[in-house]
Design a protein around this ligand. Structure first.
Ligand SMILES: Nc1ncnc2c1ncn2[C@@H]1O[C@H](COP(=O)(O)OP(=O)(O)OP(=O)(O)O)[C@@H](O)[C@H]1O
Ligand SMILES: [Mg+2]
Length: 491
């Protein structure tokens, strides 16, 4: 292993939490993992900061007085030769026979610090050779492979500002799930896609086979599949209205009907005024959303299939309420069927999660209830969530706190950074400070999926790359040409 330097003795230590070492190899970088071989095992540490020392400049009076005396210090002494680089390291643990223990004794001054053995680092961080390959860890030639159970069983939040690489990372995770060896089993993947950007999986000849896209007319909520509890998500109903409506739904059970049939049944019923008119009025209000039909499309067993990526493309639904109603209905149905065991374990990816699960008034957050329920209880039923958001501050605190792994890419908004600092357990001040300067595709992972917070560079996608986004100029030229053609065609 490459020798990096010796532990030095100074006012900070070494102690059981940290040590400094004199850097003797130019490859040392802030954030790098290092090791010290001790008699009982291996001490693992991370370089937190690198600083320079020079004893000629450590006393204020000598620096100033030499300068005043017209005999600059650097002319009087060989100061260059006395400049040293020192790395401050935090001790992460003691690695002994594959187990990580807390350090109870500090390393000795003079101990040799070396590059870390990558097999030790892999096991120390809790990577899994058969896990999901997301990219490379910073400063090391080590692939990040996260254990599936640790990542998905307790939900994931992917947070970052726009353009930082969230959807790309989700794409990478989806590829990993679809690429799993069949004998190991594969979950069903369902993506709520408000911008229709995941359709690109269809452009790839390999992934196309396992991808289904549902959009426009192919997304419908069958009226007869709605339970009273669903209606309570969309409509403000009084207790009396709920009671009467419950009876009507009970009577119509087993039939397939449209929204108009339901309204007609209510109108012709013997429900008292004004309950009847109010109920009928509330349901008529739902008619403006053109998402209700006689039958549910897609059916749940078509939507949730092991090893299949199902994309609910909501880009053509204009109103947020429509999108929330669709999200709430399908999430409820998925969770219900999963609890019964009729569909496979699934991963529900919610893009723009702050739209579907906001910290807002109930009437502006129709799908929040069920998302929070899955966040709280999904783990027991292998129903996993991946919440993706560029506005973590607007996301439900309950849902976010149940995501035990947070993957955070670039964030520059100070309010969001502050919020992430409070809601991401285990994120250190150093990592928080690093968030604004991350480049596209660079991420911090904290929580359940890793033993220690790590910084990674997310890998390229295996599937066909999305077309490079057009520049503003290109769109202007294209528009111009089209206009010209239309003008000429009109003659
Ligand atoms: N790890 C990566 N390697 C290479 N390119 C990447 C990587 N991550 C992201 N990109 C590219 O950066 C651009 C923005 O990424 P992406 O669409 O994933 O951002 P986003 O965080 O989802 O943004 P938004 O919030 O606007 O949806 C895309 O063109 C994508 O291909
Ligand atoms: Mg995105």
């Amino acid at each position: 292993m490459k020798f990096l330097g010796n532990v030095i003795s100074n006012e900070n230590g070494p102690n059981t939490m940290e040590f400094d070492f004199a850097i003797q190899h130019p490859s040392v970088r802030k954030g790098q993992f290092v090791q010290i071989n001790a008699d009982e095992g291996v001490i693992i540490a991370r370089v937190e900061e690198i600083y320079k020392t020079n004893r000629y400049f450590s006393r204020v009076e000598s620096v100033v007085e030499y300068e005043r005396g017209n005999n600059p210090i650097e002319k009087a002494f060989p100061v260059d030769r006395w400049e040293y680089l020192v790395a401050n390291c935090s001790i992460l643990g003691f690695f002994n026979n594959g187990k990580v223990e807390r350090l109870t004794f500090p390393p000795s001054p003079g101990s040799k610090v070396t590059e870390i053995d990558e097999t030790i680092l892999e096991s120390f961080l809790g990577f899994d050779k058969r896990g999901l390959w997301l990219g490379k860890i910073f400063h090391h030639n080590l692939e990040v492979r996260l254990n599936l159970t640790r990542l998905l069983q307790k939900h994931v939040a992917i947070l970052a500002m726009s353009g930082a690489g969230k959807s790309h990372l989700v794409g990478v995770i989806i590829e990993e799930l679809l690429d799993r060896e069949s004998s190991l089993g594969k979950p069903a993947i369902i993506v709520l896609d408000p911008h229709g950007e995941y359709k690109r999986f269809l452009e790839d000849s390999f992934y196309r086979r396992n991808t289904k896209v549902f959009e426009n007319e192919n997304i419908k909520i069958g009226m007869s599949d709605l339970k009273l509890s669903n209606f309570c998500d969309f409509l403000e109903l009084s207790n009396a209205q709920k009671r009467e409506f419950g009876k009507i739904l009970q009577n119509m059970k087993g039939e397939a009907y449209e929204i108009d049939d339901l309204i007609k049944t209510i109108d012709e019923s013997d429900i008292k005024s004004p309950i009847k008119e109010n109920l009928s009025g509330a349901l008529s209000g739902l008619k403006s959303f053109e998402i209700f039909g006689k039958y549910t499309r897609p059916s749940i067993d078509f939507l949730a299939r092991a090893g299949q990526l199902s994309i609910l493309d909501l880009s053509n639904f204009v109103e947020l309420k429509e999108k929330q109603i669709i999200a709430s209905f399908f999430a409820k149905k998925l969770f219900y069927e999963r609890r019964k065991g009729t569909i496979p374990p699934f991963l529900l990816v919610i893009e723009e999660a702050h739209q579907f699960c906001p910290e807002a008034k109930k009437e502006e957050a129709l799908s929040r209830g069920i998302i929070e329920t899955i966040a709280r209880e999904g783990r027991k039923f292998y129903a996993s969530l991946m919440l993706v958001s560029q506005r973590p501050i607007r996301l439900s605190a309950t849902a976010l706190s149940q995501c035990n792994t947070h993957i955070i890419l670039r964030v520059t908004n100070p309010y969001d950074i502050d919020h992430i600092g409070k809601s991401s357990e285990g994120i250190s001040g150093e990592l928080i400070k690093a968030l604004p300067s991350l480049r596209t595709g660079e991420a911090v992972i904290v929580g359940e999926a890793v033993n220690f917070p790590i910084m990674i560079k997310v890998r390229d996608k295996k599937s066909k790359k999305s077309e490079i986004e057009k520049t503003y100029e290109e769109v202007l030229v294209e528009f111009n040409l089209r206009n010209k053609k239309e003008f000429l065609d009109s003659f």
